[in-house]
Design a protein around this ligand. Structure first.
Ligand code: KG4
Ligand code: ZN
Length: 343
């Protein structure tokens, strides 16, 4: 093992329908971690686009076929060999158990054979580290909003390994709401980017009700149902206007929660990660809002916003530096209760 001055980790992500491997090196200077992404290879499983959602059994099978070529490609792109790796990080929770098992088993076997540390990573922590990778200057404390197909979480980031969950969704995740509304509009899965495209041609003519949730609680199912009822009430619905009106109310809702946290914690730095964060209109809207309300918004590079292996490698390095390797008995967990520290 090299000194702790520089570590190179392979990160593996198979929690849902992306098979991903990233290679990241990290230097620690005065307690500050600086990450360099050497490779970040993602294969999205298009097999699910026809079914309107991910079929777990099919996702697991696809991960098994893809994991070896994806890891080999990542090593080739990084110009590294297995022997150059100091550790292997992998998502162990939350996600589809069969999918997590593929990455977890592969990572354990590889780490064992190479005699290097194996480190389990919570997927959510990976999304937080996509912000640290994209913005080396971003130092805690800051607020983070993770919005994806599986998550809607507002967090207070106190340090690399200390986070507090302020709020989460009571029903659908933000991206899931986009996917379900997209399906109602006859768009393919996953539908977020199709909604965004349609919304560009529409106007906010329909006042869908903003979810009415206290404090940092989120909910999207009522809004989704409102769209469904509206669609049923129209003989010739204007899909562009529906997409635009839906997207606007979702983003107003997110900004309302952000503003609440900014005021309570007196923190004006907000990072937004996860698949929904690639929405260009959301980015523009936040930057505009930030100018008026003196909030600095941080969005990771597009390839870093959606699920990827580099963010898992980076979070894995932070876990490893804090508490060493994970036990080889680490099991996948579909749903995990959040603690103040996300590993
Ligand atoms: O982070 P991600 O790749 O995977 C999960 O962890 O879920 O996020 C995927 C989600 C999907 O729900 C997808 O519809 C949504 O991100 N998404 C978008 C956009 N692109 C992807 N939502 C809104 N606007 C977009 N442009
Ligand atoms: Zn994700």
């Amino acid at each position: 093992m090299k000194s702790h001055k520089e570590l190179t980790f392979l990160g593996i992500e198979t929690s849902c329908d992306e098979t991903a491997a990233g290679i990241v090196s990290c230097k620690k200077d005065n307690g500050r971690l600086s990450f360099k992404v050497l490779a970040n290879i993602v294969s999205s499983q298009h097999i699910h686009s026809h079914t309107g959602g991910v079929i777990p059994e099919q996702a697991s099978r696809a991960h098994i076929q893809l994991i070896v070529p994806i890891v080999k490609t990542a090593l080739a792109v990084a110009n590294k060999t297995y022997q150059d790796l100091d550790g292997i990080a992998v998502t162990y929770a939350p996600g589809l158990v069969g999918s997590l098992l593929v990455g977890l088993s592969f990572a354990k076997a590889l780490a064992l054979s190479l005699k290097i540390p194996f480190v389990g990573v919570n997927h959510l922590k990976g999304h937080i580290f996509s912000l640290f990778i994209s913005y080396p200057e971003l130092q805690p404390p800051f607020l983070a909003l993770i919005i994806s197909g599986g998550h809607t979480e507002l967090l207070l980031i106190n340090s690399y390994n200390q986070q507090k969950i302020l709020g989460t969704t009571f029903d659908d995740a933000c991206g899931e709401a986009f996917d379900k509304v997209a399906r109602m509009l006859g768009l393919p899965y996953p539908g977020g980017s199709f909604i965004e495209k349609l919304a560009q041609k529409g106007k906010r003519t329909i006042m869908f009700p903003m979810p009415n949730m206290p404090a940092y609680d989120f909910s999207f199912s009522g809004l989704k149902t409102a769209v469904l009822y509206y669609l049923k009430s129209q003989t010739n619905p204007n899909k562009e206007d529906i997409a635009c009106s839906f997207q606007e109310v979702v983003f107003d809702f997110l900004l309302k929660k952000i503003q609440l946290a900014v005021a309570e914690y007196q923190i004006n730095k907000v990072g937004i990660s996860g698949g929904v964060a690639i929405n260009r209109y959301l980015r523009e809207k936040c930057y505009e809002y930030g100018k008026i309300h003196n909030i600095d918004f941080y969005f990771p590079d597009l390839s870093m916003s959606t699920d990827n292996g580099a963010m898992i490698a980076a979070a894995g390095i932070a876990n490893y530096l804090e508490r060493g390797p994970s036990p080889l008995a680490l099991a996948p967990i579909a749903n995990i209760r959040y603690a103040s520290t996300i590993n």
